[in-house]
Design a protein around this ligand. Structure first.
Ligand SMILES: Cc1cc2nc3c(=O)[nH]c(=O)nc-3n(C[C@H](O)[C@H](O)[C@H](O)COP(=O)(O)O)c2cc1C
Length: 188
């Protein structure tokens, strides 16, 4: 079998963070906005764009994500003891960029707050409102789990996908999937 150029299997046991980032970039992730309650009226609520969101456990019902230890948003969510995961749609690239870039106008998007005070973007695809259930050290990140207290689907739509440093969208089911359609991740 021939190896694609540029992908070395000979690391001699020493794998750098930049190599991990480059190779892991071939694995697609979804993109979510993790939000929390505003600390004071009129203050922008904490929010961070996250690609490491995952469903963790069905019994108990847990989800998780990995905030960097350098994140200034995670300590605010930790202090609140709760967070809400907003699953972004492919048409929310500008919203994602605005939050990732710390745009002062980022909260000029339609949203409501959950019963526990975290923002749910009205144009998100789905949301999970959580209580912080656990936090484990994981190198330069934390692995955070949340017990899901409420959740919902807002609309059907193609999710925003992040792959090889770029955004795209999911454009169909796999040939071997239940839907029996062809699969593709396409740029947006
Ligand atoms: C597509 C995408 C995925 C990201 N995923 C994560 C992630 O899983 N964990 C994380 O800590 N930061 C992630 N970031 C970076 C954060 O959005 C943010 O820039 C970082 O947490 C520092 O911001 P803060 O200090 O305001 O928290 C991601 C950014 C982008 C654009």
């Amino acid at each position: 079998m021939t190896r694609p150029p540029g992908l070395s299997a000979h690391t001699h046991g020493s794998v750098s963070g930049s190599l991990l980032r480059r190779v892991a970039g071939h694995y697609p992730t979804g993109v979510v906005l993790v939000t929390g309650p505003a600390e004071a009226p009129g203050q922008p609520p904490p929010a961070m764009v996250v690609g490491t969101f995952t469903s963790v456990s069905l019994d108990p019902v847990l989800v998780g994500f990995l905030p960097a230890r350098s994140s200034t948003t995670w300590p605010r969510l930790r202090a609140a003891g709760r967070f809400c995961v907003n699953v972004l749609g492919a048409d929310q690239g500008p919203v994602c960029r605005s939050f990732a870039g710390g745009d002062p106008g980022r909260w000029e998007v339609p949203y409501r707050t959950t019963a526990t005070g975290s923002p749910v973007l009205l144009d998100a695809l789905a949301w999970f409102d959580c209580e912080v259930a656990g936090e484990t050290e994981a190198g330069d990140h934390w692995f955070v789990t949340g017990a899901v207290r409420d959740l919902g689907v807002i609309r059907e739509g193609s999710p925003l996908v992040f792959l090889r440093g770029d955004y795209g969208h999911w454009a169909g089911g796999g040939g071997s999937g239940r839907a029996g359609r062809r699969s593709a991740v396409c740029p947006v």
